[in-house]
Design a protein around this ligand. Structure first.
Ligand SMILES: [Zn+2]
Length: 678
């Protein structure tokens, strides 16, 4: 049996759970649902990072025992995840005894292999970051005392005896590893960033503190406490038995390690792709297969912040939306690996358009007609004439294609595209029903066979969608499944076992709306009022320094972004209308001699003659593979000459990463040549 081991970062208990924590956890849970449905032996780890000076100080301020202080916050995380039906296999806490034993075992092994030595560390230390900062992480402050860029507070000059990890000795080992394991860091743009960081040289890493007490003591030298990252990162192996028997020992470790997917926010990517594999390689262990850095949620195009008043509040979110709707939105709206925009308005639109209007509508109209016209029994397909049979066959093929596309994209972690492929097929089924007009067929007894074929086809499609979407919409697909008269857990049925034509041998159940349409204006009004009430509640807030836990940024944070939101120079709709965008089909493609970047295409725009268009994408695309591809062309761009060849338009492509790698824009559905985009 194939295994699949997925992890989220362990969440630092100096902040309350927020959207970022929820997002990463929902992605992990959906991936594990997907793998479990396909009969993988899965393991899903999440948990909390509970050591460090911040925590010690927060508990002191609150006047409680440190363990008691963190217990309360851990309970809050677990409560939220349980409300969202997250099915993790184990919740690790870095204060757990087995974890301490496992980390100590790792430390001993790394030290025995010669990668840990004792030295003297002196530097500028930020309590907020829980670490010594390098120059580029600080700005100049008064009296020559630098200030932390993140926490905007003056640093402390500290010198202490410290153990060091010989990171510098592993520079080439790491570079070789990245080179031979292209899947290790995803997405690609992040991989390039990390590689250039490592190429720039690595310093040895201070991995212990004598000034910190709340942590795991260094083996054989208890005056030292392990540096938080050595402690925290090790959770991914101690939780599956490394260095301890409580969690299954060596057998469990050998079964699940290396992890298949470690999800992290892009802000902690360096720790997970430089330090973490370095610790593992130094111990003679394999690094994880993939560390995937996802983007951050913005709100209204801006970083979420209390001062902007655009933070998404989990309790408000939960009051107005189902866990399924929120999970769907998280996976559908954000292109995985990039930043996304989370607003209540966009969520409402998705719920109404995609869930109520798309899947929900297909489900309720199909089942209601079966109730009404067929006495609640799913009909066998009727023998209904070539034309309708041909259309029904097209639907069957579109659904089969959607299943293939969904799996392919999901396995690449392109969640948004995977879901999109299913909705394209949902639209196809909707069109089939609308064209065939079963409500008219039902009026004429001699068209009974046609009616049966239409409804049979619709319910078969619905059945397939329900199974394929079970990982993404666990509760609502189960509800649809039961309304169809099926039994058992839909999330446990592997899509590969589905057969078109199989029908449950019982009547369908009572039909109820699965995704009620939300009144956007009304819900937005309620949310605004709730947000205002929250703000009023927080108005006499204590200064940040006195707040025990809520204000310090997380060490494994997920939701916040570092970049300022880009300024937008708006244009009018009339300006946009000046640009004529059309669908084109690439008919021929060849390289341009002596121009290593250019490809020369002929493109069919539905006009009497194809156009010649040049594009600077030769370093990224093989010309012969582009023939037949549908692209978007700026059709009214003034012709211009490149290398002596006239280009009669421009092909649109996304420009990715610092090097501007082009990715051609295209369509998931088939579109005729020459059609205008607007
Ligand atoms: Zn700081």
């Amino acid at each position: 049996m194939n295994k699949f081991y997925v992890t989220t970062p362990i969440y630092y208990v100096n902040s309350r759970p927020h959207l970022g924590h929820l997002y990463t956890t929902l992605v992990a849970d959906t991936v594990i649902n997907f793998k479990r449905q396909r009969r993988f032996d899965t393991f899903f780890l999440t948990g909390t990072d509970e050591h460090g000076q911040n925590i010690e100080r927060a508990a002191e301020k609150a006047g409680v025992d440190v363990k008691q202080h963190v217990d309360g916050i851990v309970a809050e995380f677990q409560q939220i995840f349980s409300e969202f039906k997250v099915g993790f296999d184990h919740w690790i806490r870095t204060t757990d005894d087995y974890h301490k034993r496992g980390v100590s075992a790792l430390w001993r092994r790394v030290k025995k292999n010669g990668f840990i030595y004792k030295g003297q560390y002196e530097g500028w230390y930020c309590v907020g970051c829980n670490g010594f900062l390098s120059e580029d992480e600080t700005i100049a402050g008064p009296d020559d005392i630098p200030i932390c860029k993140i926490h905007e507070r003056p640093l402390e000059r500290l010198a202490e005896e410290s153990y060091f990890f010989k990171l510098s000795a592993l520079q080439q080992t790491l570079l070789d590893y990245y080179e031979s394991h292209p899947e290790f860091i995803r997405p690609e743009s992040r991989r390039n960033e990390v590689m250039s960081f490592v190429r720039g040289g690595l310093n040895d890493l201070s991995v212990s503190r004598v000034s910190v007490k709340w942590g795991i003591p260094v083996p054989d030298d208890p005056a030292h406490t392990m540096y938080v990252w050595f402690d925290a990162l090790s959770n991914y192996i101690t939780a599956i038995g490394y260095g301890n028997e409580d969690r299954g020992g060596e057998a469990q470790f050998n079964k699940y390690w290396p992890a298949d997917l470690q999800l992290v926010g892009k802000d902690i990517l360096r720790f997970h792709t430089v330090y973490w594999p370095a610790f593992l390689l130094a111990a003679g262990l394999e690094p994880p297969k993939t560390v995937y850095a996802h983007g951050m949620w913005l709100s209204g195009g801006r970083k979420m912040s209390k001062s902007l008043g655009n933070v998404i509040d989990l309790s408000i979110l939960r009051r107005h939306f189902t866990p399924d709707a929120i999970r769907y939105f998280c996976l559908r709206e954000m292109v995985f690996g990039q930043d996304g925009d989370f607003t209540y308005e966009a969520l409402l639109d998705r719920v109404n358009a995609d869930l109520a209007g798309g899947l929900g509508n297909l489900s309720s109209r199909t089942l209601t007609m079966i109730q009404r016209y067929c006495d609640g029994r799913i009909p066998a397909p009727g023998n209904a004439g070539d034309d309708l049979v041909g259309q029904a066959d097209d639907v069957r093929r579109a659904v089969a294609q959607a299943l293939v596309d969904f799996d392919r994209e999901f396995n690449l972690y392109n969640f948004s595209r995977a879901i999109e492929a299913v909705w394209t097929a949902i639209q196809r089924v909707d069109k089939f029903i609308s064209d065939a007009k079963p409500w008219d067929l039902a009026k004429k007894p001699d068209l009974r066979e046609a009616l049966n074929l239409v409804l049979h086809t619709a319910v078969q499609a619905l059945r397939h969608f329900t199974v394929i979407l079970a990982p993404v919409l666990p509760e609502s697909t189960q509800a649809i499944w039961e309304q169809m008269g099926e039994s058992g857990q839909v999330r446990e049925l592997p899509p590969a076992q589905l057969e078109w034509g199989e029908i449950p041998d019982q009547s369908i159940a009572e039909v109820k709306p699965i995704f009620p349409r939300l009144d956007k204006a009304k819900v937005m009004d309620e949310i605004k009022q709730e947000e205002e009430a929250k703000t009023a509640e927080l108005a006499p807030a204590q200064p940040v320094a006195d707040a025990p836990t809520a204000e310090l940024p997380a060490r494994m944070p997920v939701a916040m972004v570092e970049e300022p939101a880009p300024g937008i120079a708006y244009i009018s709709i009339d300006d946009f209308a000046k640009v004529e965008l059309r669908v084109g089909e690439i008919k021929t493609a060849e390289r341009v001699p002596k121009a290593d970047k250019l490809l020369c295409f002929t493109v069919d725009l539905g006009e009497p003659a194809p156009r010649q268009i040049l594009a600077g994408i030769a370093q990224y695309y093989e010309p012969e593979k582009l023939i037949g591809r549908k692209v978007i062309v700026v059709a009214n761009l003034a012709p211009r000459k490149l290398r002596g060849l006239e280009s009669q338009g421009m092909i649109l492509a996304a420009s990715v990463g610092d090097e501007g790698r082009p990715v051609l824009a295209g369509f998931l559905e088939d579109v005729p040549n020459g059609v205008k985009l607007r």
